[in-house]
Design a protein around this ligand. Structure first.
Ligand code: SAH
Length: 451
């Protein structure tokens, strides 16, 4: 019987893509994906530490695997991602002796080498040739994602994530990511194009390009090709219907990128550009590199160039020293700009970051929750109002699958739409008339199947 693997993933979209890269390597080594860790020979935990709550989940999951490893010492347990980080950390090995392999974010190599080494030991190095070949495969597989482990009970996903910038060289004072994912590295354009073509060949119709600061694509080699060039190159791929990218930093979202979104029909009018706070002193302490007014101007510029675009933002409430008045700056900014979505987080001090080392986490947890709730209620009202303007309108959605008996897809602006229909609409681009609008999703009826 062939060997089997199970991958557990939490955290950002980058982790989802990283897990698919690992899966591609395991596929090539002859492993089959399975649902449950109990049934697997290799268990990969792909982890997140961006907030304490994520880290707690990882620690829980790791603890749950300990008895499994004790019962089955031959199972290989691999720990990957930001819990591990790029720097070797002997303490982790001490604390979790039941983990066999530690893998930095976006780095399948340690596991591949570990598993190939097993093969070599067992067969007394008779497989020298195969090992060389697997090294070759490793390079080759860098442009491949396997979606089979996501499709155990259904079809291959219609949408996929594609990393284009690994790591981050910024220094936002609250953020642990640069410490755990290493310095910013853009992937060569040809490599990204090859990966997207391969995903399209597997049935994917929409890709979301990923980077911590995705609009800095190409900066590490001096600027060109840049994100706009990459969008043009991907636009030519036949059978790829939709392209998105995230997350943009306000300082790098330039005219070339907005022009590419405006002129390339496959690039969706959907911009994720976090502001994080609506007060200049807080922004300075976060070291974000822009003012509230800079952000306001950017939003106006986006709306002028891309009148139908959705703009999403991220907000942190309760950053060290955030006063009531400074928080109200954020509240008023969201009220004024009426963005399409706001990902809200309560500040969580992260080990090693500048804010954790030098600024007191002085906003009480209860107060963070109150500020979070206030923004949530405000944003919910804005989203409801904006979505209700869509009642009776026709929108094009790409149907991704079924949830609770209804087909689910997204509009170009990334709004979720549900619809009931007897036929299989999965993977189709359909026109829908909106019949119901809530703050977080819409419902509609089918007008036409476009393709
Ligand atoms: N690189 C991206 C986002 C990375 S993390 C960017 O520049 O926006 C995703 C979101 O998590 C961030 O936008 C921020 O809102 C939130 N976040 C990051 N560190 C945090 C922390 N220490 N506490 C609370 N939220 C945090």
């Amino acid at each position: 019987m062939s060997k089997r693997y199970h991958i557990w993933t939490i955290g950002c979209q980058m982790n989802v893509a990283d897990s698919n890269h690992v899966a591609a390597h395991l596929d090539r080594l002859g492993y089959e994906p399975v649902d449950r860790p109990e049934d697997a020979d290799v268990i990969v935990l792909n982890t997140c530490v961006v907030r304490q709550s994520a880290e707690n989940k990882v620690v829980g999951k790791l603890g749950a695997l300990k008895p499994l490893k004790e019962r089955h010492p031959d199972k290989v347990i691999a720990l990957m991602g930001c819990f591990v980080g790029i720097k070797p950390n002997p303490k982790l090995q001490e604390r979790y002796p039941w983990v066999d392999v530690f893998m930095p974010p976006s780095e399948p190599a340690p596991l591949v080498h570990y598993l190939s080494r097993d093969v070599q030991d067992a067969e007394d190095r008779a497989h020298e040739r195969e090992a060389t070949e697997s090294r070759w495969r490793l390079q080759d597989a860098l442009t491949t994602q396997s979606l089979r482990h996501l499709a155990l009970h259904g079809d291959v996903p219609v949408t996929a994530y594609v990393p284009i910038v690994y790591g981050c060289s910024f220094a936002c004072t609250y953020c642990i990511i640069p410490y755990r994912r290493g310095k910013e590295r853009s992937r060569p354009l040809e490599e990204v194009v090859a990966e997207v073509k391969d995903l399209v060949a597997q049935g994917v119709r929409e890709v979301t390009l990923l980077g911590q600061i995705v609009d800095r694509y190409g900066y590490d080699w001096g600027g060109r090709p840049d994100l706009a060039d990459l969008l043009h190159a991907l636009h030519d791929i036949e059978d790829l219907w939709r392209i998105r990218f995230l997350t943009s930093h306000p300082n790098f979202l330039d005219e070339r990128i907005l022009d590419a979104v405006a002129t390339l029909p496959k690039v969706m009018p959907h911009i994720e550009v976090p502001v994080q706070a609506g007060d200049d002193r807080v922004l300075a302490r976060m070291r974000r590199g822009y003012t509230v007014d800079d952000y306001r101007r950017l939003v106006h510029q986006i709306r002028e160039r891309l009148p139908d675009a959705a703009i999403h933002t991220d907000i942190i409430v309760g950053f060290p020293g955030e006063t009531e008045e400074q928080f109200m700056g954020t509240y008023r900014l969201l009220e004024e700009l009426r963005l399409d979505k706001a990902h809200l987080a309560r500040y969580s001090p992260r080990p090693g970051t500048v804010s954790a080392r030098f600024m007191e986490d002085d906003v009480p947890e209860e107060e963070k929750r109150r500020r979070h709730r206030l923004l949530e209620a405000l944003q919910e009202r804005i989203q409801r109002e904006k979505n209700q303007a869509l009642l009776g309108e026709r929108v094009l959605i790409l149907v991704e699958g079924k949830r609770k008996g209804k087909w689910e897809g997204r509009t170009p602006q990334n709004k979720i739409v549900f619809l009931e229909h007897p036929e299989d609409l999965r993977g189709h681009l359909v026109e829908v008339e909106i019949t119901w609008a809530g703050p977080y999703s819409l419902q509609g009826r089918l007008v036409d199947v476009k393709r």
